[in-house]
Design a protein around this ligand. Structure first.
Ligand code: GLN
Length: 490
């Protein structure tokens, strides 16, 4: 069986019918990590119990027990999701040696469906960033071109997939971190509707925006993974009590009459020519299978980056207050150099262990929340966020799915934007509005830039209407098969 290019469902089927064992599948991907990951740097920890977990799946199958839809499927998990007994760092010095006593609900659910956790993948420190250059474990390289960034914090998960080091990966998306790296690495990735997936056990960045989601090599693979991950969780009050459909089994054969909304604000002159070309090709392909493009307008989207960076930093400043070095995490060397008081104790622990970008966000957020500024910044951002959400809902009266670019340009060079935070933040212009409105959004690989770097398009739908997104994704997959291309040397 050619495991590198096999779908998740075919791997699970082969394991269940004993054509291959779960141990063989896991060993194959562990060997690939050993062979290729030195140059890509996508994994920060491997699961020492991976083979044991795989063996227990094989044992259950041998005993005739029923195993789930992901039987024996190895999964790479972003190192922002807690894994019991397996180091979880958020790629920050403050959690460098943190071993969680419990697992995120998402991880539990994947395991219950038969998946095997291969290891933990790299991210920007605390998922804050757009280039995967601020991890304490060093930057992740783009498999398609080692001098380019994989972009955004789930870069490790996206690269592990692109390099065929795992057939499935889990990312998180607060302002674009599943969709942007998926686009830059030529894979599929969906941020589900806010509330679709439990946030319990996911290290919080901005709680009203964070969602975990799957990344994989096809529409069906993403759908199957999301089916396993979704559902109400009593440990997360914001998870929704709403039925989880079988998206993978209900994909439409054609798109006759489906209205594709094209927000005119997203198609400006500023768009990189390669991105503009690939997006137009996607629109033409959808028209060819019966979809009807309609122009829509989302004028408030121009404020999305500003609203996002106020809300995300405010929530981050509050969420990250828990890292003080008292009960867990990094602690300065107080034996040699004792602290004068509690204030110095906190300041040294936090000052020595948080990186520059995380500190910038904590300070921005603390400022926006402080008395006297709260009304002008945090509260105002919340009000405009509500208007933005309403604007999207109105747009969905005219269309079923919205299509747009994912970013304004393809992957950029390592080091190119890291010294200019504002330029880096503006990269998030097309993705943050989806999180602010709580909508589902997906990146689907469609084409390549002149330099051979992958480019995806973004699909958005109404709350909890992931099915429409998967339908359109499937049509693009059939038309372009762009996710099947493998980077050179892999
Ligand atoms: N680039 C965005 C930020 O830096 C989004 C990151 C994310 O989605 N985790 O906040």
């Amino acid at each position: 069986m050619e495991l590198n290019t096999s779908s998740i469902t075919s791997i699970a089927e082969a394991v269940k019918t004993k054509k291959i064992s779960a141990v063989e599948v896991t060993s194959h991907f562990l060997a690939r990590i050993d062979q290729h990951d030195k140059k890509i740097n996508s994994f920060v920890s491997l699961n020492a119990r991976a083979l044991e977990e795989a063996a227990s799946i094989d044992k259950r199958i041998a005993a005739g027990e029923s195993v789930g839809a992901l039987a024996g499927v190895p999964v790479a998990v972003k190192d922002l999701l807690c894994t019991e007994g397996l180091r979880t760092t958020a790629c920050s010095k403050i959690l460098e040696n943190f071993v969680p006593p419990y697992s995120a609900t998402v991880v539990e659910k994947l395991r219950a469906a038969g998946a095997v956790v291969l290891g933990k993948t790299s991210l920007d420190e605390f998922a804050m960033g757009s280039s995967n250059e601020t991890s304490i474990f060093g930057s992740v390289k783009n498999t398609w071109n080692l001098y380019y960034v994989p972009v955004v914090s789930s870069g490790g998960s996206a690269e592990a997939l692109a390099a065929r080091l795992a057939p499935a990966a889990i990312g998180t998306d607060t302002g674009g971190s599943i969709r942007q790296p998926a686009s830059f690495c030529g894979v599929y990735g969906i941020k589900p509707t806010y509330g679709r997936v439990s946030r319990y056990g996911i290290i919080a960045f901005a709680s009203s925006l964070d969602q975990a989601g799957p990344m994989a090599h096809s529409t069906e693979d993403c759908a199957v993974l999301l089916e396993a991950m979704s559902g109400k969780d009593r440990l997360d009050a914001t998870s929704a009590s709403i039925e989880v459909p079988s998206w993978s089994k209900s994909l439409r054969k054609d798109l006759k009459g489906l209205r594709i909304g094209l927000p005119k604000e997203y198609f400006s002159e500023a768009l990189d020519p390669d991105v503009a070309r690939v997006t137009q090709e996607a629109i033409a392909a959808l028209k060819a299978v019966g979809a009807e493009p309609v122009e829509i307008s989302l004028p408030l989207v121009k404020y999305a980056v500003s609203i996002y960076y106020l809300i995300a930093t405010s929530e981050a400043s509050s969420n990250l207050a828990r890292y003080d070095g008292v009960r867990f995490g990094y602690r300065s060397n107080f034996d040699e150099n004792p602290a004068a008081d509690l204030g110095e104790f906190y300041a040294r622990n936090r000052g020595e262990a948080f990186g520059a970008e995380v500190k910038r966000r904590i300070m921005l957020g603390t400022y926006a929340l402080s008395s006297g500024y709260y009304d002008a910044y945090y509260q105002k951002a919340g009000q405009v966020r509500r208007l933005l959400r309403d604007e999207f809902l109105q747009a969905f009266e005219k269309c079923d799915v919205i299509l747009s670019p994912v970013t304004t340009s393809p992957a950029f060079k390592l080091g190119e934007r890291i010294s200019n935070p504002l330029e880096m933040y503006l990269n998030d212009i097309f993705t943050t509005s989806t999180n602010l409105a709580g909508l589902p959004g997906m990146s689907v690989p469609v084409g390549f830039s002149k330099l051979g770097l992958p480019i995806g398009v973004q699909l958005m739908a109404k709350h909890f209407d992931e099915q429409r997104i998967f339908d359109v994704s499937k049509a693009l997959e059939t038309a372009f098969k762009a996710g099947e291309k493998v980077p050179n040397g892999i």
